[in-house]
Design a protein around this ligand. Structure first.
Ligand SMILES: [Zn+2]
Length: 279
């Protein structure tokens, strides 16, 4: 399956890099077409100068009245995710050719659909949602990353997505009504790009992070996370560690360790954004 997607991606390669923020801007153009009732098959404007800037939206999980997971020593996931996300964004902003935006920059509640909307409206090239796990198995430790899938990679991933989707207080959200009114051919192209680019980003991030940080067993996972459902923005959810594990919680409470995680993830994100299919 993955191989087939990569082949399709290679076939579609000439379309990547259009506009200032990649494929998302092609889709934005298609939306504008639909809004002005012009022919949906109109070709994208190739006369725009290519600006080699990649936009990554960093999403600190939870916030406000939703604390997320609570650690064995009372650590709140929402505080860990905000601090790590801010540090990642700060590092990325110092890098050439990368633009970083946060979905929230303080302790406020943001529904999952709004997080997705921030990434889509900004025309993001990549969306990264930052979290910290909690598991019934107190021994579980390490970083892992998730992409969207109807079928979870394992029982734990299924349960985790269910738990994370409860952030909105209503058992998750249905984003079907937000599907863009775009020409079918563009929509299909964009969907294939989104899936393959998400998988590529997940693999690179996990492999890169694994050289410096402890990983969970089988760290490349998938599950039905509502926050990963943007049809036109490649999206990855990163669980930075387990607040239900004493040692992981201790590390996540330590500012220097959080900065180390941000160092590693920002470096790997910059690498991903300058590699195909993002470059
Ligand atoms: Zn979470």
């Amino acid at each position: 399956m993955k191989r087939r997607l990569l082949v399709q991606l290679a076939l579609n390669a000439p379309l990547f890099g259009l506009g200032s923020f990649g494929l998302a801007s092609v889709l934005a153009g298609a939306r504008a077409d639909a809004a002005t009732k012009e022919a949906p098959t109109r070709k994208p404007d190739r006369s725009q100068p290519a600006v080699q800037r990649r936009l990554v939206v960093i999403d600190p999980g939870h916030g406000g009245h939703d604390p997320g997971a609570v650690g064995v020593r009372g650590t709140l996931e929402k505080e860990i995710t905000l601090d790590i996300s801010r540090e990642i964004a700060r590092r990325l902003r110092g890098m050439r050719g990368v633009v970083a935006k946060l979905t929230r920059d303080d302790d406020t509640f943001l529904p999952l659909a709004e997080r997705v909307a921030v990434a889509r409206e900004a025309g993001a090239d990549l969306f990264i949602s930052i979290h910290a796990d909690s598991a019934p198995n107190r021994e579980a430790r390490g970083l892992s990353a998730y992409t969207l899938s109807d079928k979870a990679s394992d029982d734990f991933s299924f349960a985790l997505a269910k738990q994370e989707n409860l952030a909105d207080g209503a058992g998750g959200i249905d984003l079907r009504h937000t599907r863009p009114q775009v020409a079918a051919i563009l929509s299909d192209l964009v969907a294939r790009h989104t899936v393959s680019a998400s998988l590529m980003a997940k693999s690179s991030l996990v492999e890169g992070a694994g050289r410096a940080l402890r990983l969970l067993d089988n760290p490349k996972r998938s599950a039905n996370f509502a926050v990963l459902k943007a049809p036109d923005v490649p999206s990855v959810l990163i669980e930075t560690g387990f607040l239900s594990n004493e040692r992981d919680e201790e590390l996540l409470r330590d500012q220097s360790q959080r900065r180390r995680i941000a160092d590693v993830l920002s470096r790997e994100l910059a690498e991903v954004l300058t590699s195909a299919p993002f470059a």
